[in-house]
Structure formats: structure tokens, C-alpha cells
Design a binder for this molecule. Structure first.
Ligand code: NAP
Length: 283
């Protein structure tokens, strides 16, 4: 019997890239949705398509059984057409959502949580088999510090004492692989977290340890950080949603659970492991 083919969107990104790698390593036929040139292991089929143009997805969706969907936009506009296009071909959709959805801390009006909530509702009503993964903040967000670590040996950021259970993209991918290749997570929205709460100051110390060079944490105010991120080209709606939400987490930290281990059989990777895996980006 031939194995079902899985289409991975966001395949050149952090989580989608890890999903492609892990499915391929497990011998599952995998197709990667791309917008431009991209390097994948031999045997991974790259097919062009743009999530902003549902008609462009037809070729990529042909003969596909399941889809891993990473939504790259900051609103749900156009999502309904993309989900309809997927539903014409595939049986199952696994969506990369966010821990903000359904959490007690969910803030009405918070842009990122809002679009993930809307996509989850569309997917749930689509008639497809579905799973929505709700990860906490990604360890890979700290790659935003990589350039200043390389060039100045310092990280200028707000909220030194903010502790978060940042999650390794490989752990999100491992849960996604379970959702795509078994029936264990059908109709589930698992909240998946990193191993433990680690302060931002400690994250920088662990990056320093991983690269074998000193790295200072220079705390800046929230307002300075907002201006700094906008000047670096981050969209205003992203910066204004993310940083104030992080400030609130100081007194109200995100939960930590062992869902990664329960679902995959292996404990979540630590931030120290993540820093070692990504040391080259900071050197
Ligand atoms: N960062 C966090 O802490 C966090 C936490 C929870 C949930 N999330 C969610 O995770 C998702 C981002 O995942 P990620 O960090 O793995 O992504 P990422 O590394 O930023 O990569 C984005 C991917 O989307 C692709 N893409 C961009 N625009 C596209 C388009 N128009 N059509 C098709 N593909 C397109 C990119 O491909 P190209 O190479 O063509 O650009 C790339 O493969 C977002 O939905 C975010 O809200 C993030």
C-alpha cells in the first residue's frame, strides 16, 4: 500500500521546515509548498504555490492526503478560500495555531490570537479531520537577537526577568508528525509548551554558553523596544500585539505542561539544547 502524501506549508520556515525533515526521515512521502527556490533533502517534492492566492495551490494539493498549515499572515482574510481548496483534495488538516487561543489570558482584540481563533473555527467547521496545535512562544524567536549577538556581543531587549517556556521547533514538529500520521490527535487542540520557564536574561546566558563567548543582556524600556522593532522592519501590528502581551506575562506566566512527552514519548527539548542546535546563527 502506498503511504499517504502530506503537503507541508511554511516548509522553508522554522516549524514547517522541521516537519518536512521529520516526515522525510520517517520515510513518509512529503511535498513542500514553496514560493521560490528552496533546498530540501532528496526525495522531498517542492511545488510552487502561494497561500495568498488559493487558485495557485491546486497543483500542490493534487493527490495529497493531509496538509500541515502554517498561516503566514496577520489576519484571517483569505483563509476560508484556502481551507476550501484544501478540503477539495485532502482528508486531514493539521493547523499551527497558538497557545493564546482558548487560554484564560486570551485578550479580546489581540491581533494574533484573533486570527488563529478564526482559522481554528473555520477548520473545525470545514468537515476535514483536523488538529490545531497550540504552542507557547517559539525558542526561535530569540534568533531576532542573533545579529546583535554576532556584531556587538550584547542583547538590548526589554523584560530581562520575563520567564517563558519557549518551545523548540523540533518539538512542535514532532507533535505535528503524530497528528499527521496517526489518529491520536483527531479533533484535539493540544497546548504544547517548552520544558520549563526560563528568563530572558538566562536565555541570553545559555546562548553565550552555547557559542563559548560572553554575551551581555542590556535591558531597555518597553517603549524603546517597540520603536527598535518597528525600525528593524517588524510590522507595527505585530510589535504592538506581542510586546505588551509579554509585559503582562511577567506577573502571569504561561503554563508549562508535559504534553510534548505525552504525545511523542520524548520530553520537550530544553532551551539549552535549542541554543546548542542554533549556535552557528549566533557566532
Ligand atoms: N513565534 C511564536 O512565538 C509563535 C507562537 C505560536 C504560534 N506562532 C505561529 O507560527 C506561525 C509561523 O511559524 P514559523 O515561525 O515556523 O514561520 P516562519 O519561520 O516565519 O516561516 C514562514 C513560512 O511561511 C511561508 N510563507 C510566507 N508567506 C507565504 C505565502 N504568501 N504563501 C505561502 N507560504 C508563505 C514562508 O515561505 P517563504 O520562504 O516563501 O517566505 C515560510 O516558509 C505563525 O502563524 C505564528 O502566528 C508563532
Amino acid at each position: 500500500m502506498t503511504q499517504p502524501r502530506i503537503l507541508v506549508t511554511g516548509a522553508t520556515g522554522k516549524v514547517g521546515g522541521a516537519v518536512v525533515t521529520q516526515l522525510h526521515a520517517a520515510g513518509v512521502p512529503v511535498r513542500a509548498l514553496v514560493r521560490g527556490e528552496a533546498d530540501f533533502p532528496e526525495g522531498v517534492q517542492a511545488v510552487r504555490g502561494d497561500l495568498g492566492d488559493p487558485a495557485s495551490l491546486e497543483t500542490a494539493l493534487e493527490g495529497v492526503d493531509s496538509v500541515f498549515l502554517v498561516w503566514p499572515f496577520l489576519s484571517a482574510e483569505g483563509a476560508s478560500d484556502v481551507i476550501d481548496a484544501i478540503g477539495k483534495h485532502a482528508r486531514r488538516l493539521v493547523y499551527l495555531s497558538s497557545a493564546g487561543v482558548g487560554s484564560e489570558e486570551e485578550k479580546p482584540g489581540e491581533a494574533i490570537t484573533m486570527f488563529h481563533t478564526e482559522l481554528e473555527q473555520l477548520i473545525e467547521g470545514s468537515g476535514l479531520e483536523w488538529t490545531a496545535l497550540r504552542p507557547t512562544g517559539f525558542a526561535s524567536n530569540t534568533l531576532g537577537w542573533a545579529k546583535e549577538v554576532r556584531t556587538t556581543g550584547a542583547v538590548r531587549a526589554p523584560l530581562a526577568r520575563l520567564a517563558r517556556p519557549l518551545i523548540h521547533e523540533a518539538d512542535i514538529a514532532a507533535v505535528a508528525v503524530q497528528a499527521l500520521t496517526t489518529d491520536a490527535l483527531l479533533g484535539a487542540c493540544p497546548l504544547i509548551t517548552g520544558l520549563e520557564l526560563i528568563t530572558q536574561e538566562r536565555q541570553v546566558a545559555l546562548i553565550s554558553e552555547a557559542i563559548g563567548r560572553p554575551v551581555r543582556f542590556e535591558e531597555v524600556t518597553l517603549d524603546e523596544a517597540i520603536e527598535q522593532m518597528k525600525a528593524a522592519g517588524y510590522p507595527a501590528e505585530l510589535v504592538e500585539a506581542v510586546l505588551p502581551a509579554q509585559a503582562e506575562m511577567l506577573d502571569n506566566p504561561e503554563p508549562v505542561n508535559d504534553e510534548v512527552e505525552r504525545i511523542t514519548g520524548t520530553p520537550a527539548r530544553s532551551f539549552r539544547e535549542w541554543a546548542v542546535d542554533h549556535a552557528a546563527d549566533f557566532r
